[in-house]
Write a protein that binds this ligand. Structure first.
Ligand code: SF4
Length: 259
């Protein structure tokens, strides 16, 4: 068995996968199975993140990456992601590469305007973090999309591209932001730190929203991590059949159904 947890690192994706379905975690991270298919949302999100990272690198230098260049970068990155994918990419009804590239055009314009209005200074882009999880021999690792600064202090920015808006409770119970805040608090001592989720919806009429989770109100984060790690170490991979199975990349192997 190829146990990818042997290196004792755990990422936000691993944590979220374990919380959503233990069996999916086992297929992906313990057994290292290749997914049967992958949703277009994954290469689309990667290309969008890469483009926004470039826009932010320009912002960090107090320069601007123009929309045409950003759009071209997205298009090239997305097409490369699709053509090099080892796993078949699936699209939703009525969507294809051309439609998605035109969505990205509008999304990039909208989001670029949105972050300009934020009037913040970019101090780091794609910033790698890690910290030891108390009471375990695991290291939490992650990559923060951007760190910004304004008159109120430090802001950890997480970009999400989604099919629909996030509710307040989705934001408040997401573990990624609080984990990043916990990791970066010693890096910026005595400075107020907040987390901002920038959520950009995908579609013909995209929307953007910035939401600030109440990280202090998060359910005992360290306890949660310790319990997840305990489950992983003990080989507890409880399946969670439900609506998430419809889009699960391991549905056929899990349920023995034809895709
Ligand atoms: S099909 Fe459902 S139960 Fe099976 S691994 Fe995927 S999400 Fe979990």
């Amino acid at each position: 068995m190829n146990n990818n947890t042997d290196n004792k690192h755990i990422s936000p994706s691993q944590i979220k996968t374990y919380l959503s379905c233990g069996r999916k975690y086992k297929y992906k991270y313990v057994e290292g199975l290749k997914p049967e298919k992958v949703s277009f949302a994954l290469p689309f999100g990667r290309a969008f993140h890469q483009t926004i990272a470039d826009i932010n690198l320009y912002r960090k230098k107090h320069e601007t990456l123009g929309h045409e260049d950003a759009y071209k970068l997205f298009q090239e990155t997305f097409e490369r992601e699709l053509s090099t994918s080892e796993t078949p990419v699936t699209f939703e009804d009525g969507e294809d590469t051309t439609a998605l590239i035109s969505y990205a055009d509008k999304m990039l314009k909208l989001y670029s305007e949105h972050i300009q209005q934020m009037n913040t200074e970019v101090i780091a882009v794609e910033h790698e973090i890690e910290y030891p999880i108390q009471g375990t021999d695991y290291i939490f690792t992650g990559i923060v999309d951007a760190i910004e600064k304004d008159t109120k202090g430090i802001c950890i920015v997480e970009l999400k591209t989604t099919g629909r808006m996030w509710s307040d409770s989705t934001v408040d119970y997401d573990v990624q932001g609080p984990l990043y805040k916990k990791a970066l608090t010693p890096v910026y001592p005595n400075q107020p730190i907040q987390v901002r989720y920038d959520i950009v919806t995908r579609g013909k009429s995209p929307k953007v929203q910035s939401k600030y989770p109440d990280c202090n109100n998060h359910i005992r984060l360290t306890d949660l991590l310790r319990e997840i790690i305990y489950g992983i170490e003990k080989g507890v991979y409880v399946p969670n059949p439900g609506y998430i199975c419809n889009n699960c990349d391991y549905k056929a192997i899990c349920m023995g159904v034809a895709l």
